[in-house]
Design a protein around this ligand. Structure first.
Ligand code: C2O
Ligand code: CU
Length: 487
């Protein structure tokens, strides 16, 4: 029993046996108990002619992670899935063909779209059955860095994720290169399957090890993080754009050029600490929205969060490292602007330890702020649970047994989230972007709530529907750490 496991047993404010008993109500596959009832989807608004049309084939496949081959599930046979790109205001029409042996769905994470296209089985649509197809047509109103993934079971912990970039036609640009990096934690086809891990959690075995950690470089056990507990699972690999550190992707540019780097954390259970060796990063956006620019040498990126940074590139070869916080492994990509030998797979740039920035500490750009308005409604939300027995929920219960938060169109809703657990939870709202009053109205759709912390998050109810609201640790969400906002 390692130290982090012991620490997790010292839990206050847990759900106790009541919450654990309710877990039996969850189904073992698909998206939980609520997926069984047929859904009457919200009406689809008339959107006009799509400017981006694509077909997405969801299938069983093999992927080369860089010398290691894994059997897994992929979008269109590649990892990450092919990027979708549009301009703000564009209508996208995406036909999803499900070639998996099970149900699936696609959620367009962070996009303020109409409810029927949100991709949540049990809330906004029926699941897409094996062999079936489904078309999502929606307008993407806000520019920014987004991604898409299934909202069915723990499928995101396979290879099912891809970037969705909404460009701002009014943006000045001012950079020479643009790179999109997707971070992930990987076990499927090389360690236990995500469904097996979930089954072990449901059997309340507590901490799960997926076997040998190939990237550990001699370190043993879960490390510790100044943020507290941030993950339950040690993965065999951590990936950047589908590659293990021994065989990293290389991004090339010229010395002195400016690069815009869009970074997406698509991991199921891993919070990453990110740095580019030898460089300072200027943070320009988080979760799609512009911020007051802030310089940092390292930053934290939780599951579901996105960040855009600008860097002025030096001359040489530099490691871009995503260190699995509290776990010991890392993902790696290389930035090459000149000659020189590539750093080793276990390189650890000093920048990683230079006071990493929490994205919830940023301030919004003026243009990103919601108009000032006092809340019409204040909701207290508690985050509950613990590792032993493995149970995670919200407001003392689990999804399916929960009471949705209700509001009315036009209201300003304040959510006061209190984390009563010893673990950090990246909380995510669908169909809206929160405004965080402590940070001058910073806009985010995914907010890391630290152990025992309370975070206040406001939203403007201007997009009626049934909107999922959950922890973006996919195992927590699937065990029950999810509710909804409905109006
Ligand atoms: Cu990216 Cu409901 O999630
Ligand atoms: Cu969580």
């Amino acid at each position: 029993m390692n130290s982090s496991f012991t620490r997790r047993q010292l839990i206050v404010g847990g759900m106790g046996l009541a919450g654990a008993g309710l877990l039996a109500a969850c189904s073992s596959t698909g998206g939980g108990a609520a997926t069984r009832a047929p859904v009457s989807a919200a009406p689809t608004p008339s959107l006009g002619k799509p400017s981006v049309e694509a077909t997405l084939r969801v299938g069983v496949d093999q992927v080369d992670l860089g010398g290691v081959t894994a059997s897994t599930w992929l979008y269109d046979g590649v990892l990450p899935g092919k990027e979708l790109r549009a301009k703000s205001g564009d209508v996208l029409a995406i036909r999803v063909e499900n070639a998996l042996p099970v149900d699936t769905s696609v959620h367009w994470h962070g996009i303020r779209l109409h409810n029927a296209a949100d991709g949540v089985p049990g809330l906004t649509q029926d699941p897409i059955a094996a062999g079936d197809s489904f078309s999502y047509t929606f307008r993407a109103p806000d520019p920014g860095t987004y991604f898409f993934h299934p909202h069915s079971g723990v499928q995101i912990d396979r290879g099912l994720y891809a970037p969705l970039i909404i460009e701002d036609p009014a943006e000045p640009g001012g950079y020479d290169a643009e790179w999109v990096l997707v971070l992930d934690d990987w076990t499927d086809g090389v360690g236990k399957s995500p469904d097996d891990i979930l089954a072990e959690f449901k059997a309340q075995n507590g901490t799960v090890s997926t076997g040998m950690n190939h990237d550990m470089g001699g370190m043993g056990g879960m490390g510790s993080s100044p943020l507290g507990d941030v993950g339950d699972i040690r993965y065999p690999y951590y990936l950047i754009n589908g590659r293990i550190p021994k065989s990293p992707r290389t991004l090339t540019a010229k010395p002195g050029q400016k690069a815009r780097i869009r970074i997406i954390n698509a991991a199921a259970d891993t919070l990453f600490r990110v740095a580019l060796g030898g460089h300072v990063m200027t943070v320009t956006h988080t979760d799609g929205f512009p911020v007051q620019q802030a310089e940092t040498r390292a930053l934290y990126l939780a599951q579901g969060e996105r960040v855009d940074v600008l860097v002025t590139l030096g001359d040489g070869v530099f490691p871009l490292v995503a260190s699995a916080e509290g776990k010991g492994g890392q993902g790696l990509a290389l930035v090459r602007t000149g000659s020189g030998a590539a750093p080793s797979a276990t390189v650890r740039p000093a920048e990683l330890d230079a006071d990493p920035l929490l994205l919830t500490a940023l301030m919004p750009a003026d243009a990103a702020r919601l108009p000032d308005q006092q809340p019409d409604q204040v909701e207290q939300v508690t985050l509950n649970g613990q590792m032993q027995p493995y149970a995670w929920g919200m407001n003392g219960t689990v999804f399916g047994a929960d009471t949705p938060i209700r509001t009315t169109n036009g209201a300003r809703v304040r959510l006061q989230m209190t984390n009563m657990t010893m673990m950090a939870h990246p909380m995510h709202i669908h169909g809206h972007t929160w405004s965080l009053p402590q940070n001058g109205g910073l806009r985010k759709d995914t907010v890391l709530v630290l152990p025992m912390q309370t975070v206040t998050a406001d939203l403007q109810a201007d997009n009626p529907g049934k909107w999922a609201y959950h922890c973006h640790n996919i195992y927590h969400a699937e065990i029950g750490m999810m509710t909804s906002l409905q109006y």
